[in-house]
Design a protein around this ligand. Sequence first.
Ligand code: FAD
Ligand code: SIN
Length: 538
Amino acid sequence: MADQSYDVIIIGSGAAGLTAAINLAQDKKVLVLAKGALDGGSTNWAQGGIAAVLDGGDSFENHVEDTMVAGAGLNDRATVEFVVSEAPVAIERLARLGVPFNADENGGQEFGERWHLTREGGHSHRRIVHVDDATGAAVQRALTAAAQANPNITLVTDMVAIDLITSRHGERFSGDGHVWGVYAFNKRTSHVEALLGRATILATGGAGRTYLFSTAPRGATGDGIAMAWRAGARVSNMEMNQFHPTCLYNLEVKNFLITEAMRGEGGKLKLPPGVPGGGKRFMDRFDKRGELAPRDIVARAIDHEIKRLGLDYVHLDISHKPREFILEHFPTIYARLIDLDIDITKEPIPVVPAQHYTCGGVVIDLDGRTDLPGLYAAGEVTESGLHGANRLASNSLLECLVFGEAAANHIHAHWEELPSPPPIRAWDESRVTDSDEEVIVQHNWKEIRRFMWDYVGIVRSTKRLERAKHRIDLLAQEVDEYYGNFRVTPDLIELRNLLEVSRLIVRSALKRKESRGLHYTIDYPDMLPEAEDTILVP
Ligand code: FAD
Ligand code: SIN
């Protein structure tokens, strides 16, 4: 096993990780890890776009206010102001890297005027730049190309980070908690490598796969949150799991998102035929903003109607718009659904809510610093204070861009204060044997996702949360024993993290004695006067 030293180790190759890498690589040697392909994270799947104040009639104050309203006041205003004010420049940089944002035919040539802006729930103005309905793929492509072209960046795929290397892994014990890199499982060699750097950035994305139904990719197992927690960093607001209102309902394709921009461009939510009110809209009964209310409200309304009427799904209908308009705005969704025999220019789309975004995460400051010296974090893995109790649509890619750069800037500015790694102990591969019953890992994966969906979903109760806690405690014994006795595999690494993150979600949910934003419990249906973060300390 080889120890490998770089200046900075970045775990994650999505928008947050690559933005940090590109900013650091002016003069630092950077290693970027991805546990699968470089484009395997959520970034590549993003549809709607990126929010920024680019229209003359809009203002930073509006974007800040919309973000705070969606976040039910749990946001940190200083963070919101910081991110919102950095947004236009971040978009301009992406455009310079080659992201082909859709043009506004009637726009001017000045900064920001030239792009078409779409609208999404909770936004008081049109302010979402986009590349058709596949913005994330365009962002991922441009960032990957820029990183690949930079000789100071080494990109490594199929390398699954297991645990952060802290001062306790040094050959001589020191208790200052400094992070020196990561132990990672190389899928090609099946060995664990120690990857060392003076600074480490977690950019591992969210934990959507803790839930049975999620729009997030397979790898969204909360690895970064679990690793940071085990290393001693605080996590916050883990109960705030965002459910997107409109995931395609299909028995085979379980995680295809129907972008919120479809409602922004006039799509209507309706009850399916055959029930009282069938074929009619229902959102106005729940919120005066109708289909464009923030996500938590729309998702809860759909969940309510599905449970009240015993439905499998509700309908999202854009078919009243001209065919050319639909094809121009939603070419990716049109093509995907035509393959499934749904023609969105003629008929409605069956949709259900699904887990979509992890608002909580590793606590960071405005420089992307975590509690642990040498450890930074950016993107969905963090709780920066931007989203509060519910993320405003299209603020997430923005957060990745702003904090990826902020972390890089802080590392540059404080480079001389970051000591070089000491000699680090190798991962002990001698004492373990291969598991004889992989079925246990697969079974536990499924079990966690099922009970998290049933007991820790859109509507919660103390009883259901206690039930989930009980299951987690039982599974923890089994998984710990398994992890201690057998060789690690990617599935086992992820299972251990899924369980850790589920435990953090349930603990946080039990701690919050109110309903706020994404956390709704029938036992405490009201919001308390003071908004307080749920901070867990290891
Ligand atoms: P990701 O892009 O998820 O990347 C995570 C990276 O970490 C990957 O490279 C992965 O391989 C790596 N990784 C994870 N664990 C390990 C490990 N153990 N070892 C090594 N590497 C690891 N947001 C918006 O703002 N606008 C949108 O329109 C939008 N649409 C969305 C649509 C969908 C379907 C989904 C799922 C999300 C959407 N979001 C959107 C949210 C947004 O895409 C994500 O929050 C954002 O892309 C996260 O970026 P990231 O860089 O933090 O992580
Ligand atoms: C969407 O396109 O609806 C997703 C936007 C987001 O998650 O911010």
